[in-house]
Structure formats: C-alpha cells, structure tokens
Design a protein around this ligand. Structure first.
Ligand SMILES: [Zn+2]
Length: 246
C-alpha cells in the first residue's frame, strides 16, 4: 500500500488518522497537546486527549459522537481533556458512559472520582475497539505508558524510551505515530528522540513515520531531518488537521 497524505480520497480507504493536537508537554502557539482521531466504519476513537485538545477536537467530531478514548498514560499532556470531554458530553445530555481505556492511574487524575464514574467506564482493554483489533505494550516512561496498535494499520508510541516492547509492537505496522521529544545530542529521559523514532521506524519496517509530541521550543525542521536520516520510509511532522490514510 502506498501511504497517502492529506488527500480527500483518504476518507474512503478504510482507517483515517486525523491529528487534532501534537504539542508535547504543554500546548504550543499553534497546537493543543496530543490527540489523534482515528475513524473507520463510522467509529470514532480518540488516542489521547491532552491539554487543550477538546477545543480543536470539535472541528472533527462533536463531543457526543466520540465512541471511545484510549489514553496512553496519566500525564496531563495526554489525558487532561478527558475530563473536559466528559463535561461537554454531560452538558449535551449524552446518554451512557464514555469508554476510556488506559492504565489504572488515569482514573486517579480526576478531581471528583464519584462524578467521573457516572460518565467514565475505565475498563480493561478489549481485544477489539470498534472495528480494530487492539494490542498494547507497556513502554518505558516515568508513568505506566501503554503503546497501542490498531490492526496492522497504526502504531502509536505515546511516551517511551526506546525499548523492546515497543519495537515488537510496531513491527510490520504500516503507519508509525511516534513521539520526537528531543534530539539525540540532548537526550530527554523516558522519551524518544527524533533519531530514536527514525530508528524505530527502520527496525519496524513501517511505510510512513509521523513525528509527534513536538515541543514548542524545538526546531521542528531539525527534528524531521534527524528522524529522516535514520530510516528509508517517508517521514512527516504531525500538524493539526493532518490526515493520513492508514
Ligand atoms: Zn508523559
């Protein structure tokens, strides 16, 4: 399959990834924190819902129409706006709880646990979410981070240092959505550098690498160059509104 980017015809090829927010750690001037809408067969799954993401999310999906959320870990730049989405859905009179999958400590983030449980269903990850077979891997991060793979289409790292579990999860997937939280020359703890993301893409044999978790104080073009030097596949920077057929 030839990966296609940003084409309207991407919508009818199966699974579509839309970048809602891609800023790492804190929102940037042009992007909310991590949030990725994945759609197929009318099912709408959000991967992460970080700080500020519920705002731009509504450009792509109305709050009551979100079918499920998968949260990689309990850092705010990946889960803060789950609470905002719950509130939005409650105000809209949305019936039923929102299935939110993720490590157990995600539930502890919410200030009013009793209120949250009216709406959130923090369940074990099932074999399938919507139309996709789901696999997860416990990555290496400061908190428990679950990298996730949907069919053979998309693998999302969340936040992780390079590790065998994520290597195995990503192997053979078409599209790799990987964080690029810094540079090889100034390596941040518990994160992938852009170079790490490129090397992971090469080992996994993916067809497209999308770099995300882009921090506002980093030179994005330099991140792209560092990752591109490590793999033969195309590499693109996540940007809000980017659509990728997976
Ligand atoms: Zn994190």
């Amino acid at each position: 399959m030839e990966p296609r980017l940003d084409g309207e015809d991407a919508l009818d090829t199966g699974t579509t990834l839309t970048v809602v927010g891609c800023s790492g750690s804190v929102p940037g001037p042009d992007s909310a924190c991590s949030c990725y809408l994945v759609e197929a067969d009318g099912f709408r799954l959000l991967l992460d819902l970080g700080t500020g993401a519920v705002g731009p999310m509504q450009r792509y999906v109305a709050g009551p129409d979100v079918d499920s959320v998968f949260v990689t870990h309990a850092h705010g730049d990946h889960c803060h706006d789950v609470w905002e989405l719950v509130y939005l859905r409650a105000r809209a009179g949305t019936a039923g709880r929102l299935p939110v999958y993720g490590p157990p400590d995600v539930a502890e983030k919410y200030p009013d646990r009793a209120e949250a449980e009216k709406y959130l269903a923090l369940d074990p990850v099932p074999d399938k979410i919507g139309p996709w077979r789901v696999r997860t891997a416990v990555a290496e991060h400061a908190l428990e981070n679950w990298a996730v793979r949907l069919d053979d289409r998309l693998c999302y790292t969340g936040d992780t240092a390079p590790c065998a579990a994520v290597d195995e999860l990503a192997s053979g997937c078409r599209v790799l959505l990987a964080e690029a939280a810094g540079f090889d020359a100034d390596r941040p703890a518990y994160h992938l550098t852009a170079g790490d993301a490129g090397r992971l893409a090469a080992r996994a044999g993916v067809q497209l690498l999308v770099l995300t978790h882009l921090r506002a104080w980093h030179d994005a073009a330099a991140l792209l160059a560092e990752a591109s030097a490590e793999c033969a596949c195309p590499v693109v920077l996540a940007t809000p509104g980017l659509r990728v057929a997976c």
